[in-house]
Design a protein around this ligand. Structure first.
Ligand code: CA
Length: 225
């Protein structure tokens, strides 16, 4: 298990890192917000321990930026005891758990273990097609780092294509799965949504994730185009 600890109190960070290393974790340290963010975004960590008061960017901002970038690594926030910072706010920005300073090393270890266990099972799966990520749980979509602004219906069309990535999907199949039973309009409405999706997920990135299969329908490329 590889951990990242983002903590500007260097002595505390080193003591904790040494303790975790002794327990068999690989631990990297960052001492300011921007460095922590950039390391955490590498995506190679199983969990991040994130202090709130940090130079450059605070822990809330780092946490929110990571979630915004689609990084789902479990995050344990270290909160100040004085209550100046709100635990609820930490959880709202996407932290998985929090621990109030000063903490005992045994409790820290237990929290990390629990978080790693939960992290395996509870996280929603995100479909990835190259750098195109589609998250059915949050109904969000991104190209690399960029969050894409889709309407609910556009997302539903993309989600259906994504659920069958690599296959040819007909307009009527899309219509059946995305529009409700009450819709009795033209099947060509699907073309409008496909065109919007291409304008949002493909064109700005020089990609062609959604291809037209003449006379048959559309296909979402498994590699994201
Ligand atoms: Ca601090």
């Amino acid at each position: 298990m590889r951990l990242l600890m983002v903590e500007d109190e260097q002595r505390l960070a080193q003591v904790v890192a040494a303790g975790l290393a002794a327990e068999g974790y690989a631990v990297d340290l960052a001492h300011d917000g921007p460095t922590g963010l950039s390391m955490a975004r590498s995506g190679d960590y199983d969990a991040v321990i994130l202090d709130i008061m940090l130079p450059g960017m605070n822990g809330y901002q780092v946490c929110a930026a990571l979630r915004e970038a689609g990084v789902e690594t479990p995050i344990l926030m270290l909160t100040a005891k004085d209550g100046e910072y709100d635990e609820a706010e930490g959880l709202d920005t996407g932290a998985d758990d929090y621990l109030t300073k000063p903490f005992s090393f045994v409790v820290l270890q237990a929290r990390i273990r629990a978080m790693l266990r939960r992290g395996r099972s509870a996280r929603p799966s995100v479909w990835r097609f190259g750098d195109l990520a589609v998250d059915p749980a949050t109904r969000t979509c991104r190209r690399g780092d960029k969050a894409l602004d889709l309407t609910s219906k556009e997302f539903s069309v993309l989600e259906y294509l994504a659920s069958r990535a690599g296959e040819v999907v007909s307009k009527s199949e899309i219509l059946e799965h995305v529009w409700d039973f009450a819709y009795d309009g033209d099947v060509n409405i699907v073309e409008v949504y496909i065109s919007n999706l291409r304008r949002k997920i493909d064109a700005p990135y020089g990609k062609a994730a959604i291809t037209t299969v003449r006379g048959a329908g559309y296909r979402l490329a498994a590699d994201g185009g």
